[in-house]
Design a protein around this ligand. Structure first.
Ligand code: ATP
Length: 261
């Protein structure tokens, strides 16, 4: 037994590292739009490899072994938004607690969302983190204003010039409002989820931003992060999820749109 351990402890470490990497990769990718492409590609590659090995198809074998290089490059291209997000998160990892200014901004935002919800005024926010949302800010009106409840409520007041679209918030400043975010193409079982929620989901798929949504129709408060919609959250749950994400990046496996209340 001891001999076995001394001979194979390195293999054990290797297996452990690979298992952790594969599991983290799976967790990271399963919610992204590229996951299906990856599953399709891997199934195709495995199927072809199996057939060509069984039937000893030399040309096919050769092609497959060389194709893996192109596959690797292809994967980098397919997962470019996700990779960008991971790298940005690695660069901006913060620990332990929000500072008092950040905590005050979160409170202000959530209190304002509750007020909007009571009035059934729809709203969409993207909280910018590591990745610059400039491209989306430019689709709206640049504001560069201090975050305040009054200003938010004015912007999202129905029929005003800026109420359509999303607001980008960064470190206590309103960067821009009336912004067009990318609309997620993700399949959702809940047909009542419309464009505002899809736009929140979209911006969270393409960046590390946290999107917050107030539903005009129901007043429900929702959050999107890393391409997952947590729909109709209670205020306390929303607050703790938001703090968790802003502090640690992530976290627990969030429930998907199907479930979260
Ligand atoms: N690409 C987009 N980027 C930002 N905001 C958008 C985008 N598309 C739609 N919206 C906003 O969503 C509003 C329409 O929301 P819609 O009713 O379709 O969505 P919903 O998810 O059902 O939300 P609600 O529950 O508030 O009705 C638009 O008036 C606009 O303000």
């Amino acid at each position: 037994m001891w001999e076995f351990i001394t001979l194979h402890w390195k293999d054990g470490i290797e297996i452990l590292i690979l298992a952790v990497l594969l599991y983290q990769g799976y967790r990271f990718l399963k919610a992204t739009r590229g996951a299906r492409i990856l599953t399709g590609l891997l199934t195709l590659m495995l199927g072809l490899t199996l057939i060509s090995q069984l039937l000893e198809l030399d040309v096919m074998n050769w092609l497959l072994s060389h194709f893996s290089v192109f596959l690797a490059v292809g994967l980098v291209v397919i997962f470019q938004p996700e990779l960008r997000r991971v790298l940005a998160e690695l660069g901006s990892h913060r620990f332990f607690s929000l500072n008092s200014a950040e905590a005050a901004n979160v409170d202000l935002l959530l209190e304002t969302m509750v007020e909007l919800s009571h009035k059934r005024h729809g709203a969409l926010f993207a909280l910018q983190r590591g990745i610059d949302l400039k491209q989306f800010a430019e689709s709206g009106v640049m504001m560069d204003a201090k975050l305040s409840s009054e200003l938010i409520r004015t912007v999202f007041f129905p029929k005003t010039a800026l109420h359509d679209g999303g607001m980008i918030v960064e470190q206590g400043r309103i960067v821009a409002a009336g912004c067009v975010f990318p609309v997620s193409q993700k399949e959702m079982s809940d047909r009542s989820i419309g464009l505002r929620h899809r736009a929140g989901l979209g911006v969270s798929e393409e960046s590390d931003a946290v999107a917050l949504i107030v539903s005009e129709e129901t007043g429900a408060l929702s959050m999107c992060y890393r391409g997952k919609l947590e729909h109709d959250l209670e205020l306390n749950k929303l607050k703790s999820r938001l703090q968790q994400i802003l502090m640690f990046g992530d976290d627990e496996d969030a429930d998907s749109e199907e479930g979260a209340k």
